[in-house]
Design a protein around this ligand. Structure first.
Ligand SMILES: Nc1nc2c([nH]c(=O)n2[C@@H]2O[C@H](COP(=O)(O)OP(=O)(O)OP(=O)(O)O)[C@@H](O)[C@H]2O)c(=O)[nH]1
Length: 132
């Protein structure tokens, strides 16, 4: 089974976190699910470089990658994903959606109200935990 390395940004601004919704896709298990913006790491790129590039491409937003949060190892029916997640900050919250269906900014305690991609659930659990 194929393993892909994906980076994802937990972008914080004024106490809220940016959540984005994927469009309709070939895999039902991620189609229209909520996720943290990001994408696949390309050859020769660091995770931080890949993340800044993906967020510029997808959202037209320049972020600061502040701190590594966690890596999730999740197996979907057709592939295995290593999801490397970073805490990031944004200078403002103006974004332009170029790929996603929808977005919202939520306070951490409300993150678990969305229908997240399965790989993201441990990240959401960490963010909503009192210890975070
Ligand atoms: N970006 C992102 N992808 C995630 C998350 N959780 C998760 O399961 N994924 C999965 O990881 C894969 C990432 O692919 P992507 O489509 O975002 O990456 P990309 O922009 O580089 O892809 P492409 O250029 O090949 O279209 C997708 O299958 C997506 O469903 C997440 O929080 N963020």
């Amino acid at each position: 089974m194929k393993t892909i390395n994906v980076v994802a940004a937990v972008i914080q601004h004024a106490g809220q976190i940016l959540c984005v919704q994927r469009g309709v896709g070939e895999h039902a298990y991620v189609s229209e699910k909520w996720e943290f913006p990001g994408g696949k790491v390309e050859a020769g790129e660091s995770n931080e470089e890949a993340l800044a590039r993906e967020i510029r491409e997808e959202l037209h937003l320049d972020i600061v990658v502040a701190e590594f949060l966690m890596t999730i190892d999740h197996t979907y029916p057709n592939f295995r994903i290593l999801l490397h997640t970073y805490l990031c900050t944004a200078p403002h919250r103006r974004i332009t959606l170029t790929e996603h269906l929808s977005f919202c900014w939520l306070p951490t305690i409300e993150l678990d109200t969305l229908d997240w991609a399965a790989a993201d659930l441990p990240i959401v659990a960490r963010l909503v935990s009192p210890a975070f």
